[in-house]
Design a protein. Structure first.
Length: 69
């Protein structure tokens, strides 16, 4: 599994951290919206979930444009 992780990140530790944080946000966002009760301070509202999705989408678009350029 470590070989696959190294191959995906190209051996770059910064890329590995970025992918780890991205995966954590992608997993934690829906969990904080669905599992955590609305009265809790950790609850993520529908607006917040949508906003995170927009930022991730715009980030992917920016990377795609940069790679094409």
């Amino acid at each position: 599994m470590f070989r696959q992780w190294t191959r995906i990140t190209g051996g770059d530790p910064g890329g590995a951290w970025f992918l780890a944080v991205l995966a954590a946000v992608a997993v934690a966002s829906p969990v904080l919206n669905q599992v955590v009760p609305a009265s809790s301070g950790l609850h993520l509202s529908e607006y917040g979930l949508t906003l995170i999705g927009k930022y991730l989408c715009y980030g992917m678009l920016a990377l795609a444009v940069d790679l094409m350029w």
